[in-house]
Design a binder for this molecule. Structure first.
Ligand code: NAD
Length: 335
């Protein structure tokens, strides 16, 4: 029997998670929600998803707009085994009582505080922690990028300390109400940033301090990471990174000179130019005087999609870590 999955909030993350769940043989999308009858609501129906109204008072607006609906969020919750909450940050916590009342499991996203769920989740770091759980939070795009990298580097040796600087895309490409046109903004100004503690929600033993800046781009985040670890060989680390499918190694020599070039490649590769993998510059991987250096780019809109699929498998004990990773990777074309 397939696990019945509902997506509450068919936005940037929600539509990608819906499409990814649809590709799995052990789960199915029973419906998605929208708050307003906009073009994305119309698209959801055209793509064959049953559409439900996230805010029941808005039902009339959908009817007036001629968009076919199958009911409200309450009707959808009666149909599903698990809801993937993809509503805007902090809204998920206010939706939680609905899920508890309906007696369904729920996955929350990284915009929520960690206490919204029993466990924070990132597949490579702590898949087993989500096994059988009812409420799981998939950590944010930056935290997923850092956690995947550190969980993989750890295979090469003990990590003593991590220092990372994050250049964050200011908004997603669809945004027209906010942004930073000309400037580099320390965010936060008071250091460190919240990303280090967030990594510790999935890898509690990692000593990590992060700083972050917003920069005027919408394409990807870039992380400059320094990892203090006992003597390792950069080539050995490179081989380990190359062997991990959720990381993609690229080379400046081959033309990947910036996030713009990486996205140009992704436009040829995937729908919506999604890059589910951390993109690591090969030439950046170097070891010097006790520190390993790595620079990576993270496609914020899609990086957490595989983790949401894996989280469902862990919560319903459908597969162990390796099997879930294999199935998710194969379905999403992660080679
Ligand atoms: P989004 O604004 O693109 O989509 C949110 C969707 O939820 C919209 O369709 C909105 O109409 C809907 N919504 C609003 N109120 C709702 C409610 N009460 N109930 C249900 N749906 C509601 O946002 P997003 O970028 O997809 O972010 C969703 C979550 O994912 C946030 O927690 C965010 O922090 C996290 N996240 C975002 C990114 C990213 O870069 N976009 C990356 C990783 C994690």
């Amino acid at each position: 029997m397939k696990v019945k999955v509902a997506i509450n909030g068919y936005g940037t993350i929600g539509k990608r998670v819906a499409d990814a769940v649809r590709l799995q043989e052990d789960m199915e999308v029973v419906g998605v929600t929208k708050t307003k009858p906009d073009f994305e609501a119309r698209l959801a129906v055209e793509r064959g998803y049953k559409l439900y109204v996230a805010i029941p008072e808005n039902v009339n607006r959908f009817e007036e707009a001629g968009i076919e609906i199958s009911g409200t969020i309450n009707d959808l919750l009666a149909e599903c085994d698990v809801v993937v909450d993809c509503s805007p940050g902090k809204v998920g916590a206010s939706n939680k009582p609905l899920y508890e009342k309906a007696g369904v499991k729920a996955i929350f996203q990284g915009g929520e505080k960690k206490d919204v769920a029993e466990v924070s989740f990132s597949t490579l770091a702590n898949y087993d922690a989500a096994i059988g759980k009812d409420f799981v939070r998939v950590v944010s795009c930056n935290t997923t990028g850092l956690s995947r990298l550190l969980a993989t580097v750890r295979r090469a040796g003990n990590i003593r300390k991590v220092r990372a600087t994050m250049l964050r895309r200011v908004v997603d490409p669809k945004e027209d109400k906010k942004g930073l046109v000309n400037g580099i903004m320390p965010d936060p100004v008071r250091l460190p940033s919240h990303h280090g503690p967030d990594v510790q929600t999935v890898m509690p033993d990692i000593n990590i301090i992060t700083t972050a800046f917003k920069v005027p781009t919408t394409l990807m985040h870039v992380h400059a990471v320094s990892i203090e670890m006992p003597e390792v060989n950069a080539d050995d680390v490179l081989a380990i990174l190359e062997n991990e499918p959720r990381l993609m190694l690229v080379s400046a020599e081959e033309g990947f000179t910036s996030t713009a070039r990486i996205i140009e490649y992704a436009r040829e590769l995937r729908m919506r130019y999604d890059l589910f993998e951390n993109v690591i510059w090969k030439e950046s991987v170097a070891y010097n005087d006790g520190e390993l250096f790595v620079t990576q780019a993270i496609h914020q809109e899609s990086i957490v999609v595989p983790e949401n699929v894996d989280a469902i498998r862990a919560m319903f004990e459908l597969a162990d870590k390796e099997e879930s990773i294999r199935k998710t990777n194969k379905s999403l074309g992660i080679a």
